[in-house]
Design a protein around this ligand. Structure first.
Ligand code: PMP
Length: 407
């Protein structure tokens, strides 16, 4: 067995080519540092689960065990629990989606759904078009299936349709195959911006004309602050959109339950892929969510989350205004994130060790691009720290940024 110099992994030469796409992301490396209690972490995207009614969840678990314990502890359907799939239709109806319960496939969070869809559609070197910036861990999945990721431009109203058109043309001219457009159109991760309704229609039209699937990833749509966002893209286009939803942000990520709503023709393949990967999604956590939704005011709970996150967003915007008035940032109407643009000559990645020394963490912008862009950007999350900690975190960040500007 030969080993690589400087490589302690003796199995290095055994890995499949696709494993080379599995490089640790900047976000991942950060978690260890940012979880120290003295650090104000504006880096992760952890929902504030303490705002959940813990007693109701405990009661739901008890009732599941009492009333249908053996079924909840057993393997289940590869497509997901029928009762929960019906309730998922109610969740999606809030964003204008009408669908058949037969077309919903339950997954282990929407991260798993990203993996299944990518596995079904991507051959090595196929192109995935994504917003620039885009969700880091979706890109890790695309890369692990050896996709080529290309970014379309975004502004305050989401991805720019003309840029998408130009992009499709140039990728095609290069003789490459585009499989899908991956988009987080509502309260995007990381930019915090929302695709306008007019643009949603335009993007759907462009993708329809060009035979490109739209992979609409929508974990944050119900967490709006100043009024509801436009309806989901899936609400007006059934055949060309694969829609991903999750309970991670409106309930809790620890359940690991999300779903795919796919065009009818794709559904069968998805169920087979789901079974091949995990046999069935967790009967236990699906049963708990289903029970919780049938006894709790789950829409009221989403309202509570909106209030919590609205207050935190406002705290972050106020602190940015007060401490870093010369920078630019997005103003999200929902979700978890603000995207900050630093002066051109600053590099958020090389600045990070200084920030951690000042006990504040953020995610460098380059994590959200496949092409090295984003050097002078950072993603700030306002979902987890309390408003006071957010303010203190931005104050510490201003010391670091102002120090860099003066250097
Ligand atoms: N997509 C986006 C845009 C996300 O922000 C996240 C979570 N950070 C996910 C998917 C994965 O969520 P889940 O917990 O449902 O796997």
């Amino acid at each position: 067995m030969t080993t690589q110099p400087n490589n302690l992994d003796q199995w290095f030469h055994h890995y499949a080519d696709r494993a080379s796409g599995l490089a640790a992301s900047e976000v991942r490396a950060l978690f260890a540092v940012a979880s120290r209690p003295e650090v104000v972490s504006l880096a992760g995207g952890m929902p504030y689960v303490s705002a959940l009614p813990q007693d109701l969840i405990t009661e739901s678990i008890d009732r599941v065990m009492r009333d249908r314990g053996p079924a909840a502890l057993q393997y289940g359907s590869g497509q997901g629990l029928p009762a929960l799939r019906e309730q998922i239709l109610e969740v999606m109806a809030l964003e204008g989606i009408r669908a058949s319960v037969d077309d919903v496939v339950v997954t282990t969070g929407s991260q798993h759904a990203l993996e299944l869809v990518t596995k079904l559609f991507i051959n090595p070197e196929d192109v995935v078009i994504a917003e620039g910036p885009s969700y880091v861990t979706a890109m890790v999945v695309f890369k692990s299936f050896q996709a080529e990721i290309t970014h379309v431009e975004m502004d305050d109203f989401g991805l720019v349709p003309d840029s998408l058109r130009a992009h499709i043309a140039s990728v095609r001219t290069a003789g490459k195959t585009i499989k899908f457009l991956y988009t987080v159109p509502t309260f995007s991760n990381p930019a915090g911006v929302t695709l306008s309704w007019q643009r949603r229609l335009e993007v759907l039209e462009i993708c329809r004309e060009n035979g490109i699937l739209v992979l609409e990833d929508n974990p944050y749509g119900l967490l709006y602050f100043d009024g509801p966002p436009p309806h989901a893209m899936r609400s007006v286009e059934e055949d060309g959109v694969i829609y991903l939803g999750t309970f991670s942000k409106t309930l809790a990520p620890g359940f690991r339950v999300g779903w795919v709503l796919a065009p009818h023709a794709i559904r069968e393949k998805l169920i087979l892929a789901n079974e091949a990967a995990i046999l069935s999604p967790s009967s236990f956590t699906q049963s708990i969510i289903s029970e919780y939704m049938s006894v709790a005011d789950w829409k009221g709970q989403i309202d509570t989350f909106r209030g919590v996150y609205r207050e935190r967003r406002d705290a972050m915007l106020d602190a940015l205004d007060d401490y870093l008035p010369d920078l630019q940032w997005t103003v999200p109407n929902g979700g978890f994130y603000i995207w900050v643009t630093l002066p051109d000559n600053l590099d958020s990645k090389s600045m990070l060790p200084r920030a951690v020394k000042e006990l504040v963490a953020y995610t460098p912008g380059t994590a959200f691009f496949a092409d090295g862009n984003g050097r002078n950007n950072m993603r700030l999350s306002f979902c987890y720290p309390t408003p006071d900690f957010i303010r203190e975190g931005i104050r510490r960040l201003s010391t670091v940024i102002n120090g860099e500007i003066e250097l």
